[in-house]
Design a protein around this ligand. Structure first.
Ligand SMILES: [Zn+2]
Length: 312
């Protein structure tokens, strides 16, 4: 088992709007305190600065998040604006950025935040306020000249991320979704698939990962948006046949794929919603699958290290 850092701050749940995206990081942190995953250590991240956020977001949008005006823009993520929302979002992005930097050193790291991949330059969308995936990708690609692939296996499309990274020559995207929310036309450095049958899901995920390797052999880091909302009991996203077994195999596939190739991977939680048959305990157990699989990654196989250790 590889030890790995998992970034969490109680600022991730600072919004007064009571919704899974603004609460579940705390549920998982509590679960890990009661029933730890071997080798995982919770670490407190620094929030990103306004300047970091300006890499991908407009000044007008950031000011709206700061002041709450205009309210339509300040609440465009669908999370009702209050004075904690900006702090929450900057802290969540900080967790992702630190996970990215730590993964470059240690091979794997994670962040308990979610709510990144629909956020766009001028507004939020779909419970995503600031795009921590895009901020991290830009920061690391520019700082270390890494070639980074954002692997997005949330149920919904990552149109926000695509809009923010598509013009950067060292940033790529793999996006396998199961529903068309936040759909987009993929550009040159993007592999995008939509799956509508459970038995096709893992085959498609594997084909896309192989395609990345074939087309972009230079890539040296993976940012993984590990959505659980593909599950059949998630009201927003999943469909029949998509169960814990499929999700476990997907997580094993992603982390093994990186581990065997010596590709550092930093993960975020992404979608996953309570309601109906999906209790809080079941949702926490789903997200723990990602943390477990990340802990099983083999970071000691020096024969295939390509990217570890590039950050000093
Ligand atoms: Zn989603």
């Amino acid at each position: 088992m590889a030890d790995h850092a998992l970034y969490y701050s109680n600022q991730f749940v600072l919004s007064k709007d009571n919704f899974d995206t603004t609460r579940k990081a705390a549920w998982i942190a509590e679960s890990l305190a009661k029933n730890p995953v071997s080798g995982v250590r919770l670490c407190l991240p620094k929030p990103v600065s306004f300047n970091d956020a300006r890499r991908v977001h407009s000044e007008n949008y950031l000011q709206a998040l700061k002041t709450g005006q205009p309210v339509e823009n300040a609440s465009s993520s669908k999370i009702a604006w209050d004075s904690g929302v900006l702090t929450m979002a900057l802290s969540a992005c900080g967790g992702m950025l630190e996970a990215g930097k730590t993964a470059l050193r240690d091979g794997v790291a994670g962040c308990l935040a979610s709510g990144f991949h629909h956020a766009k330059r001028d507004r939020g969308d779909g419970f995503c306020t600031l795009n921590g995936l895009a901020i991290t990708a830009h920061a690391l690609a520019n700082g270390n000249r890494d070639h980074i692939v954002v692997v997005d296996f949330d149920a919904h499309c990552g149109g926000g991320t695509h809009s923010l990274i598509q013009n950067h020559p060292r940033l790529w995207q793999v996006d396998v979704s199961v529903m068309p929310y936040d759909d987009y036309q993929p550009g040159a450095r993007c592999i995008k698939e939509t799956v509508d049958e459970a038995r096709q899901y893992l085959k498609t995920v594997w084909r896309c990962l192989q395609q990345v390797e074939a087309e972009w052999p230079l890539f040296s880091m993976c940012l993984y948006n590990a959505g659980m909302d593909i599950h059949q009991d998630c009201k927003i996203g999943g469909f029949s046949g998509m169960d814990e077994f499929i999700i476990t195999l997907r997580e094993e596939m992603v982390f093994q794929w990186c581990g065997e190739r010596g590709i550092p991977i930093a993960y975020a939680l992404a979608g996953g919603y309570t309601g109906g048959k999906m209790s809080r305990a079941r949702l926490v157990a789903l997200h723990r699958l990602t943390i477990n699989c990340a802990g099983n990654i083999d970071t000691d196989d020096n024969a295939c290290h390509k990217g570890f250790g590039t950050l000093t």
